[in-house]
Write a protein that binds this ligand. Sequence first.
Ligand SMILES: NC(=O)c1ccc[n+]([C@@H]2O[C@H](COP(=O)([O-])OP(=O)(O)OC[C@H]3O[C@@H](n4cnc5c(N)ncnc54)[C@H](OP(=O)(O)O)[C@@H]3O)[C@@H](O)[C@H]2O)c1
Length: 283
Amino acid sequence: MNTESYVNRYGSNALIIGASVTIGEQFCRQLAAKGMNVYMVARNEGSLTKIADEIRETYRVEAHVIALDLLSYGAIDQLFELTSDVDISYLVVNANLHKINDFNLLSTQTKLDMVQMNITMPTLLCDHYGKKMTEAGKGGIIMTSAMNYLMGLEKDAVFQGTKAYVALFAESLWLEYRKQGVDVSVALINGIEGSPSYHAKTSSASRMVLKGMGISMVPEKIVEKCLIGFEKQRPFILPDYKLPFGRTMYTFMALSKILRFKWYARMFSAITVRLLNGSDLTK
Ligand SMILES: NC(=O)c1ccc[n+]([C@@H]2O[C@H](COP(=O)([O-])OP(=O)(O)OC[C@H]3O[C@@H](n4cnc5c(N)ncnc54)[C@H](OP(=O)(O)O)[C@@H]3O)[C@@H](O)[C@H]2O)c1
């Protein structure tokens, strides 16, 4: 779709939540390349400012920095206030919180923070911006979840639960909002090469194995594929290589549910936990 048709279909202003690194940054750059003004939210003001400067220079669109900690009290209301005079017609919900450890070893506060970032925040954002988009009869919402949300994982109970919520929440909104002119997709993301969070949770050996299995990708490619799937109005998008590594894995996950393969659930979790062998274990 060319720049003019993109803006006609989705409006001019995109709000990207979690815009300072990897795929969030790429959503900003690639949506700006499609002619959209970008409103960029994250905590790291320095990174946001640098990306915004480059976007203005390269694509001649507006790029606005909104430095906020979305876990801080009142931050979401502050975001609504800061964007109150802008017609946000495109929303990317990408920020999240992922802390791993045995369920009993994670603090109650960490668990609640994950629920706040990964469930409450996307819900409130859609409640606010999604409602306005449906009233206007056009817009787009992309949420990011994880490809393996179908599987339970040891040391990852809360996070997996929250990512399952995002996936099903988005798919349900896809059903409702498509009748009101708003496209919704969830991107089922795998390993993001270069992501600080991915690097903190995996050793370089694990990353090599995952790369070899075709289940990690560079952020540019992931977002390119997400935007193609989104334009095709897919409820969920699995950014994958030409050889369908991710889709094959996803099929096995779905089959293991239908066929009640207890061994597959245990094996999948055991392998994943071995690969999540970085330094990022949290209380
Ligand atoms: N990383 C992977 O390999 C991987 C694998 C599977 C799925 N995913 C999914 O892909 C998406 C992006 O992952 P990611 O690893 O890039 O995520 P991330 O590093 O945790 O954060 C993404 C963005 O959110 C911002 N952010 C985080 N906490 C925030 C807060 N409290 N307030 C405001 N902004 C905040 C970060 O910027 P600041 O730090 O500047 O605030 C960053 O711009 C997520 O939905 C994740 O579940 C990732």
